[in-house]
Design a protein around this ligand. Structure first.
Ligand code: GDP
Ligand code: IMO
Ligand code: MG
Length: 425
């Protein structure tokens, strides 16, 4: 039996899409369990580049792909994604299964996301503007409309009317445009029809797959440090974006997953606001951004860049029980003389190695660095022996400091640009 989960152990964009695509080859079902259209998971197959937002990254291997109950689904974005995949020759129908229990993103969620950010001004979170926070807020306030609710016209129409009345009040207060109830009702009635062939009792489907010893792969979105509970609150996303979200977000027992694969870049990036102790606001940071093409897959925003932060990733590894690591974008550091890793933070007079909860400590944290020697080129490496000794020493340092074996090393965006270590760095 193989039930595995892939999560990011930094602030998102670690390369989860590439790793899930690789592991999908040996999986039967791939399941997203949280987040929504805020995610942007890139898979490069030959010359073709795919950016997946809602659809699991197993779709390119033709696997059964489940959008679990914990995901917030924007029908418009989903249809655009399906159209894009189909235009590139990828079959989606019969392979995509959307949970009947998933909450639906409405235009008022996106409008409130944008208006809320404008109101916050310099304290803005820097959200993706996809309506994620407001949709999850409605879910927990029990105002949400789930996929299944779209098919009970009376329930749907009544709930939508109450929601739009309330949201219009909020939008007007924020100085934003209000929405027309009849228009949204018509639009979403049409969306419901188009969505129907994909709607599934995903909880039964995924549990049946596990019980029948199918190979199930869970795919997290965002990163553990953007987790609503364990991340840099309030500069986080609105879901449990690590392995902790899997059980509630897919409706499976917490103990069903044995292997948790934590994906980390060989350095760190972050999009949006919030503390980032190892950030490089200098020419080196810009170099990493340019070489690593660090621009958001969803919004195109430049990503902030910095050195590997062991304090943050250790926290992520512990809270999710990560059992092995996939280190990506090692090639981006090719040719650097010295590589730095942050082993602790100086906060005031103290050196801390546990990830602080308070923002002020994180914002004032001075990284304590260990320096290691750089290496030549890694992009053409396919086997462990192809990696320069300095690169292997760097990876061993990460293994030691993080207490977790590095099983995969990615040296380029394509599938074949990967080294499997066999746990023997
Ligand atoms: P995700 O959200 O975690 O799936 O990551 P993104 O797709 O948002 O960002 C990762 C970016 O790095 C994508 O453009 C990938 O194609 C690219 N990428 C993944 N692995 C590697 C790698 O090993 N080397 C390089 N140079 N690029 C990579
Ligand atoms: P993937 O799955 C990187 C960030 C946003 C913002 C914060 C809250 O591609 O790794 P939200 O729209 O979720 O309310 O924004 O979270 N964020 C991501 N950063 N990768 C992502 O997803 C992200 N999804 C959200 O930039 O700082
Ligand atoms: Mg991404």
């Amino acid at each position: 039996m193989s039930v595995r989960c892939v999560i990011g152990v930094q602030w998102g964009d670690e390369g989860k899409g590439k790793i899930v695509d690789l592991l999908a080859e040996e999986s039967d079902v791939v399941v997203r369990y949280q987040g929504g259209g805020n995610a942007g998971h890139t898979v490069v197959v030959g010359r073709e580049k795919f950016v997946l937002h809602l659809i699991p990254s197993g779709i390119l291997h033709g696997r059964a792909c489940v959008v679990g109950n914990g995901v917030v689904v924007d029908p418009e974005q989903l249809f655009a994604e399906i159209a894009d995949l189909e235009a590139k020759g990828v079959k989606v129908k019969g392979r995509l299964f959307i949970s009947d229990r998933a909450n639906v993103v409405f235009p008022y969620h996106k409008a409130l996301d944008r208006a809320g950010e404008l109101k916050r001004g310099i304290t803005k979170i820097g959200t993706t503007g996809r309506g994620i926070g407001p949709c999850y807020a409605d879910k927990y306030a029990r105002n949400g409309i789930r996929v299944i609710d779209l098919y009970d016209l009376k329930v749907f129409a009544d709930r939508l009317r109450v929601n739009i009345e309330e949201k219009n009040y909020l939008l007007a207060g924020l100085g934003a445009e209000t929405l027309d109830y009849e228009h949204v009702l018509r639009e979403y009635t049409a969306h419901a029809k188009r969505l129907k062939p994909f709607v599934t009792d995903s909880v039964t489907m995924v549990n049946d797959a596990i019980d029948n010893k199918k190979r199930v792969l869970f795919e997290a979105a965002q990163g553990a440090l953007l987790n609503i509970d364990h991340g840099t609150y309030p500069y986080v996303t609105s879901s449990n974006s690590d392995a902790t979200g899997l059980s509630s977000g897919a409706g499976v027992p917490p103990a069903c997953v044995r292997d948790v694969i934590g994906v980390a870049k060989a350095y760190t990036t972050r999009v949006g606001s919030g503390p980032f102790p190892t950030e490089l606001n200098d020419a080196l940071g810009e170099k990493i951004r340019q070489v690593g093409a660090e621009f958001g897959s969803t919004t195109g925003r430049p990503r902030r860049t910095g050195w590997f932060d062991l304090v943050g990733s250790r926290h992520a590894i512990r809270t999710s029980g990560v059992t092995e690591l996939a280190i990506t974008k090692l090639d981006v550091l090719d040719g650097f003389d010295t590589i730095r890793v942050c082993t602790g933070y100086k906060v005031g007079k103290k050196t801390v190695t546990a990830f602080p909860a308070d923002l002020t400590s994180l914002e004032n944290a001075k990284p304590v660095y260990k320096d290691v020697r750089g290496w030549g080129a890694t992009t053409s490496a396919r086997k462990l022996v192809d990696l320069p000794p300095e690169a292997r020493a760097y990876l061993r340092l990460l293994e030691r400091e993080l207490g977790c074996v590095v099983s995969m090393v990615s040296v380029g965006p394509e599938r074949r640009q990967t080294v499997l270590t066999g746990g023997k760095l």
